[in-house]
Each structure stands twice: as C-alpha cells, then as structure tokens.
Design a binder for this molecule. Structure first.
Ligand code: PRT
Length: 117
C-alpha cells in the first residue's frame, strides 16, 4: 500500500500546491495502491473525462443540491484538475502566475480589447 501523506496541509489555498506534489509523485506508482496512479495508467482521455464528470456534478450541486454538496464536488473537481495538470505537464505555479497577471483587469476590458483586434 502507498503510505498516506505524513502531515495534512493547512486548510487554505496552498493545499492545492501540496496536492499537486502528491499527485505528481503517484506517476508510475502501482495502480492497485493508488487511485491517482490508476487514473494515470488509464491515460489522458480518462483523466479529462473524469474532470468533465466532476464539473457536471459541481454544476448539479450548485443548481439543485446546496452549498455542502458544492464544497464536496468542488474538492473532487480540483483534485481531478490537479491530475489533469500533472498529466499535461503544467505546474500550478504557472496558473497562479496567469491569475496574478490578470489581477485588476476587468473581464469586460479584456474582452473588449480582444474583440477589437
Ligand atoms: N483529493 C483526493 C481525491 N478526491 C477525490 N478522489 C477520488 O476520486 C474519485 C471520484 O470519482 P467518482 O466519484 O466518480 O468515484 P469512482 O466511481 O470511484 O470513480 P471511477 O471508478 O469512475 O474512476 C473517488 O474514488 C475519490 O476517492 C480523490 N483521490 C485522491 N485524493 C488525494 O490524492 C492523494 C493520493 O491518493 P491515492 O492516489 O489514491 O493514493 C490522497 O491522499 C488525497 O490527498
């Protein structure tokens, strides 16, 4: 069996960085020991399919099930996004940098600049 992580991360946004480290370390691990390793073994198509399913489940939770379900489905969604990033070779730092770059630019301003091109 794969050993559980020694210490749980703080329950804040940095948990995604820790999760990405754990997920990346599961690449090439025995699929019978790890759900993440099983997903990697099934390939990128399966990982993308799972991410899509979790997105749909999050939508259903928001539309019909209430905040507690939105929380649990969002956690499933972000876990599967971490696996997708690891599969695609995208470290979360790159996403954080892109979000930071966009900070303070209204989506309306960005769209207007794009559609004027
Ligand atoms: N955060 C998660 C996490 N969130 C959700 N899941 C799994 O994602 C799956 C959700 O998919 P479904 O609800 O569709 O359940 P399912 O029917 O089992 O899925 P499929 O058979 O369709 O693939 C469940 O099996 C959950 O257990 C997770 N599995 C792992 N992690 C993290 O990843 C770490 C490593 O996990 P292992 O790779 O299993 O060691 C863990 O310590 C956790 O920190």
């Amino acid at each position: 069996m794969t050993a559980p992580e020694a210490t749980a991360p703080a329950p804040d946004a940095r948990v995604l960085d820790r999760l990405y480290e754990v997920v990346t370390a599961r690449k090439g691990a025995d699929p019978s020991d790890s759900y993440t390793a099983k997903l990697f073994a099934k390939g990128r198509g399966k990982i993308c399919q799972k991410f899509g399913e979790e997105a749909t489940e999050t939508i259903v939770a928001a539309l019909a099930e209430g905040p507690d379900h939105v929380v649990t489905e969002s956690a499933d969604l972000l876990y599967h996004l971490s696996v997708l990033w690891a599969e695609a070779g995208v470290a979360p730092d790159r996403v954080w940098a892109e979000l930071a770059r966009r900070f303070g630019t209204s989506g309306l301003t960005e769209k207007a600049a794009r559609t004027a091109e």
